[in-house]
Design a binder for this molecule. Structure first.
Ligand code: HEC
Length: 341
């Protein structure tokens, strides 16, 4: 081999290696670009999956509550729970799995999925330290009766007392460290909650029905607002209506925001205040601030009368527990119509 040939040979090898490396880098680059593309495309998914989302519907009992008017629950023989039978324990277990495992975990370790976002965490029912109401039968019964609502533990007063005692009996099997149960404990509990006489159960309304009622209520407010919009749009000869229309960018939006902030109803100054604060966001034109005071008075009175005549103001559109409670009081009427089928 001549020198020239040797040199060619070396260059040939070098080219081969570099060529391979070049290709190698191109492949790597292509992979990075592809990965990057998929990351960006799925970024919403990637970021929302980084935290376990709290799914509200897993907190609710598996099946919806039946509609029930408050009744006297049947008397409970508390003596049965001193040494609960296998039957009581297994009934307690299945009610526990249906109502409590979502937060307290299937094995009672407080590691249920619905409890991950709660602070404090749902109690580890195998750990006997730092209970709020206590791990005695009295403390546990109280917890189920009243809940510890500030901490995310709901009241289970809708469960019959016998079922509650069955769940407690089951929970007590999870650890040997629960305090020994005596006859006196059970008698005290009986006296406190008049279990052997039977106790009054609260009215109960299915969650779905309660939601339906809220939506219905919302619909009413919407249709009232609709008719206010109609009235103002049709009131061609009323200067207050004409001026109010000229003040708004979006009549519907303006009236909805007025309905959701009833404070303006107190006096004209509050009304002006409300419009001046965030005109555009609330559906008003920025220029509307420069309206003369005389005209503002006209408009204020006109709008206030309209809202008053429609009985608006009182119903800002939010889901409140108060409205759920209201709907419970009508459950008796609803029951009549459902059972007559
Ligand atoms: C939505 C989640 C959730 C569900 C469902 C739930 N719990 Fe709880 N529970 C909690 C939280 C949170 C605590 C902690 C409250 C505290 O430490 O004050 C708790 C605490 C408790 C305690 C301890 C109270 C104490 O004195 O410290 C008991 C007992 C209990 N729950 C039983 C039950 C039973 C029985 C059920 C089913 C019928 C149930 N829980 C369903 C969230 C839940």
């Amino acid at each position: 081999m001549s020198n020239q040939e040797k040199q060619n040979d070396v260059f040939g090898k070098l080219k081969e290696v570099l060529g391979a490396y070049g290709l190698f880098y191109i492949v790597i680059l292509a992979m990075l670009v592809t990965l990057g593309y998929f990351y960006v495309k799925n970024i919403g998914y990637v970021t929302t999956m980084s935290k376990v989302p709290l799914e509200y519907d897993t907190i609710q009992p598996v099946s919806d509550l039946p509609l029930k008017k408050g009744t006297l629950s049947p008397p409970v023989d508390v003596k049965l729970f001193l040494n609960p039978s296998a039957e009581i324990i297994s009934k307690g277990k299945s009610i526990y799995e249906m109502n409590c495992a979502s937060c307290h975990g299937v094995n009672g370790l407080g590691d249920g999925e619905a409890g991950t976002m709660l602070n404090p965490k749902p109690r580890n029912l195998k750990d006997m330290t730092n209970w709020t109401n206590g791990n005695t039968i009295e403390g546990m019964y109280k917890t189920l009766q009243e809940g510890i609502t500030a901490n995310g533990m709901a009241s289970y007063s809708n469960l019959p007392p016998e079922d509650r005692l069955s769940i407690i009996s089951y929970i007590r099997t999870l650890s040997p460290d629960y305090p020994k149960l005596t006859d006196t404990d059970l008698q005290t509990l009986d006296a406190m909650y008049s279990l052997s006489k039977g106790s009054l159960m609260p009215n109960q309304i299915p969650v779905n029905m309660a939601m339906g009622k809220l939506i219905e209520e919302y619909g009413k407010v919407e249709s009232k607002l609709d008719s206010v919009v109609q009235t103002i749009s049709k009131d061609k000869d009323n200067p207050a209506a004409v001026m109010f229309r000229s003040m708004t960018n979006n009549l519907n939006k303006a009236l909805t925001s007025l309905n959701n902030n009833s404070k303006w109803n107190e006096n004209e100054a509050e009304f002006v205040n409300f419009i001046m604060k965030n005109p555009v966001q609330n559906g008003f034109k920025t220029e509307s601030i420069s309206m003369s005071q005389e005209n503002m008075t006209l408009i204020f009175n006109y709008i206030r009368n309209l809202f008053g005549s429609m009985n608006l103001f009182k119903t800002p559109v939010t889901l409140t527990t108060a409205s759920v409670k209201d709907s419970v009081s009508v459950s008796a009427t609803v029951k009549d119509t459902t059972t007559k089928k």
